[in-house]
Design a protein around this ligand. Structure first.
Ligand code: ATP
Ligand code: MG
Length: 313
């Protein structure tokens, strides 16, 4: 899709490292995950974090867990996630928590797991995180429920389970017993203001205010990965046009196939240019490279002030 590599595009705009990697948005979604995962850890609950690819599920779950003290995290590493079976998950728990060789034989291993899990849970909150959980088989989900409900020395519910997936694993047929005892949280993506904040704190100096305003309204901009692709496409187009600033003209060319009339109207593009006389038009063009604070202020708001909560590390 890109004629130039992303690193080259960034370098041509004067970046010496990927500006997206050090940008953090404390979005509404992020705060929701923070709350729900925190409660799941406290209550030893099972929760599914659901959202389309690239929307920030893993990032939100991992950052949240890093902020909680005394957590013992277990993440199965088997890389063929389509074939992740309960046996692999049991082995991961035994290896990470007990540092013992998993025993062979289902019954003896279940007892080994119960002892190790029981002892570990008295020291720290044990949290099992399973990525790509939409691939899990119904039988595996039902076995997970049984592991969570294991009892050891009078204590039940020995661990929390966080399932991270692109569709809700708890909506699979045949797992109603799991669904009844678990919770799901669906990520919605970035709001317009959060999109403006993300752009502002990563590549803000490269985009003019009107362009940011339009980008924040584009169909897939609510998704981090899609948003980054949009930004790269526009930066590449600006470079090929011999500019170091991305403007609405780049959006019009790159997304010429999309009907964005309504979006331009909402962002006040046509009206401001049509009404402006020659002098004003010149002033608009001159003004087009605005400072970050300026365009964050001018972005359409959705009520929450994220500009204070974006960290550019
Ligand atoms: N709160 C955030 N602030 C800034 N960047 C973020 C934030 N959340 C996620 N990102 C960035 O967005 C990208 C996608 O995030 P992540 O990998 O968490 O998505 P995902 O929903 O887990 O996707 P997948 O389903 O493909 O695993 C990552 O590069 C990450 O750095
Ligand atoms: Mg992920």
């Amino acid at each position: 899709m890109f004629r130039t590599s992303k690193q080259e595009i960034l370098a041509d705009f004067g970046f010496d490292r990927d500006p997206f990697k050090k940008t953090f948005v404390e979005s509404t979604d992020y705060k929701r995950i923070n709350k729900v995962v925190g409660m799941a850890v406290n209550d030893r609950a099972m929760v599914a974090v659901v959202g389309e690819r690239g929307i920030g599920k893993s990032y939100a779950v991992r950052s949240t867990l890093r902020t909680i003290n005394d957590v013992r995290l277990v993440c199965p590493l088997a890389n063929d996630i389509n074939k992740l079976l309960i046996g692999d998950i049991e082995q991961a728990l035994i290896l990470d928590l007990g540092n013992e060789k998993p025993k062979r034989g289902r019954e003896i291993r279940a007892r080994q797991l119960r002892r190790i899990l029981g002892e570990a849970s008295t020291r720290k909150a044990v949290v099992l995180v399973i990525e790509e959980a939409h691939h899990l088989h119904g039988l595996t989900l039902r076995s997970l429920k049984r592991i969570r409900e294991m009892e050891w020395m009078g204590n039940a519910e020995l661990l929390s389970i966080i399932l991270v997936g692109q569709s809700d694993p708890l909506n699979k047929p045949g797992v109603s017993e799991v669904r009844l005892r678990a919770d799901s949280i669906h990520m919605r993506g970035l709001s317009q203001k959060e999109i403006c904040a993300f752009i502002g704190h990563s590549t803000g100096q490269v985009f003019d205010q009107k362009a940011v305003n339009v980008i924040s309204r584009l169909p897939n901009a609510h998704n981090y990965e899609d948003l980054k692709t949009i930004l790269f496409q526009l930066m590449e187009h600006a470079l090929f046009s011999g500019r170091k600033t991305v403007t609405v003209d780049d959006i019009k060319s790159v997304f010429a196939d999309l009907d964005l009339k309504e979006i331009y109207r909402e962002a006040g593009i046509e009206t401001s240019l049509k009404r402006a006389g020659k002098k004003e038009k010149k002033a608009i063009e001159k003004d087009s490279t605005v400072q970050l604070s300026g365009f964050l202020k001018n972005c359409q708001t959705d009520g929450s002030d994220v500009s204070q909560k974006v960290v550019n590390g």
